[in-house]
Design a protein around this ligand. Structure first.
Ligand SMILES: *Cc1c(COP(=O)(O)O)cnc(C)c1O
Length: 468
């Protein structure tokens, strides 16, 4: 009977008195051990209910408690190996931070800082000053400000400059980005009225011109980050649209998405809009992300005309979207790297990954492939093959970077293959530093573009079951 097995389980107090748990109490504290004991007992009770399984002995329960405690001690947020082939992977934290940015965060993390304190006057200061000068230098803008991410930047700019006003946007630029960022919805939340102009594939200057009324607050251009409109297409460039706006005193806001501070083509990358060039075309305000191509922390950067930036900074919403000191420290350090573009690829991990020579990636893939073969034996077809990485986060949606991967392909017939692939992927995710690959064409692909520490990955492969 169920109740019998329930009563066979020892009490919480009895278990806490066991020698075997004494050490755990020393490490984790009595409350944490007690809570783990309760969780384990609850699990056992559910397991034993209705069956005639005997209750486990004290030793087994104690080791289950120790297991539970170890699990709870593991940080929830932790590093993984991103072998998905998507460099700026939003779900995997996008840009890896350069060393200088990490040092800068540590310097201010555990101490008081001059975050909003003017050391010259001894008075209250503005947290934007730590990055504004650099942003002005790097973009040529009159003024700049920063918020929590680019979605927040778009929301704040529109709310500050166009509330209760009309904002014409081309139908070809009404984007949706992952994570519920849909431009029409963001505009509604910002309190402005979307006026759709043109068609999905073609928008002309006269479409914008005809949309202008006395209620027009701004033109908005949006970089179509995650798709391309191809074929019979026409859009109005920044220069032409800014000039049209200027005639009617309508400023042009431009959401660049990834945005680049420097030309990335010398690094072998496709061309993205460069913030300073966009501003030079007469755009009043640009917004772009800190953790996409910029390669820094999550942030939304806003640069442009001084009068408009001042208005944006006065908006109470700015206070709700402001950056914390750690992010400001990291962002300042990353922006500083851009003052010396010649050395960017050595110093900025995002750029190093994006411009990594395929030979180097292939070497890594071959090392990892050989180690996996040694560990997993012959039941799997393990090889390396060329593949294409993507930049990710919507930046440069169609361009693919030549790369190299380890390919794990289960033998045998089609049946059961899917389950085995899932098992393999799970086993790799269960490693101390989880390894995240991508399942494609009945195989698990581990793109080695973003693998810096192959030795660390290889060292933990001994934990994989050879039969897998
Ligand atoms: C990525 C992107 C955003 C959102 O930026 P986050 O930094 O993810 O908040 C907004 N607009 C465009 C065009 C984008 O590409």
């Amino acid at each position: 009977m169920a109740d019998e097995s329930r009563s066979n389980l020892p009490s919480v107090d009895y278990l806490l008195g066991l020698n075997a748990l004494e050490g755990e109490i020393g490490i984790h504290g009595r409350d944490a051990v007690k809570s783990a004991v309760r969780t384990v007992l609850d699990g056992l009770r559910a397991d034993l209910r209705g069956g005639d399984k005997p209750a486990p002995d004290d030793q087994a329960i104690a080791s289950a408690v120790a297991g539970r405690l170890a699990e709870m001690a593991q940080p929830s947020l932790r590093p993984v190996f991103n072998l998905t082939g998507t460099v700026l992977h939003t779900n995997l934290g996008r840009a890896p931070m350069p060393k200088g940015a990490m040092d800068a965060m540590i310097r201010v993390a555990g101490a008081a800082s001059n975050l909003e304190f003017d050391l010259d006057t001894g008075r209250r200061g503005d947290r934007d000053v730590h990055v504004e000068e650099l942003l002005r230098e790097l973009t040529g803008a009159e003024a700049a400000t920063v918020v929590n991410n680019n979605a927040a930047a778009v929301l704040l700019v529109l709310n500050s400059l166009t509330m209760r006003k009309e904002v014409p946007v081309s139908r070809g630029e009404l984007i949706e980005i992952g994570g519920a960022f849909r431009l029409p919805d963001v505009m509604k939340k910002a309190g402005c009225k979307l006026v759709e102009v043109g068609t999905a594939n073609r928008t002309h200057a006269k479409d914008y011109a005809e949309a202008i009324t006395e209620r027009t607050g701004a033109f908005l251009k949006v970089h179509t980050s995650n798709y391309v409109v191809q074929g019979f297409t026409k859009s109005v460039g920044e220069k032409e649209l800014a000039a049209l706006g200027a005639k009617h005193d309508v400023p042009l806001i431009d959401d660049l998405g990834a945005g680049a501070l420097v030309d990335l083509t010398p690094f072998g990358l496709p061309r993205e809009p460069i913030v300073s060039e966009v501003l030079a075309q007469g755009v009043a305000v640009v917004t772009f992300s800190g953790d996409k191509l910029l390669g820094g922390p999550q942030a939304g950067l806003i640069a442009g005309r001084a009068d408009l930036i001042a208005k944006i900074k006065r908006n109470p919403m700015k206070r709700a979207l402001r950056l914390d000191k750690l992010t400001i420290a990291a962002l300042e350090a990353v922006l500083r790297l851009y003052r010396d573009p010649g050395r960017l690829a050595e110093r900025l991990p995002t750029l190093a990954w994006l411009s990594r020579p395929v030979e180097e990636i292939k070497n890594n893939a071959e090392r990892v492939g050989a180690a996996l073969k040694k560990q997993l034996g012959e039941t799997l077809d393990i090889s390396t093959a060329s593949c294409l990485s993507q930049i990710g986060s919507g930046a440069l949606p169609v361009d693919r970077l030549p790369s190299w991967a380890v390919v794990l392909r289960p033998d045998g017939k089609k049946r059961g293959k899917g389950a085995r692939l899932k098992r393999m992927a799970k086993a790799l995710r269960d490693l101390d530093i989880p390894v995240i690959g991508r399942v494609k064409d009945d195989a698990l692909w581990l793109d080695c573009r973003c693998l810096d520490d192959a030795a660390a990955l290889i060292a933990q492969l001994v934990k994989l079951e050879p039969g897998l």
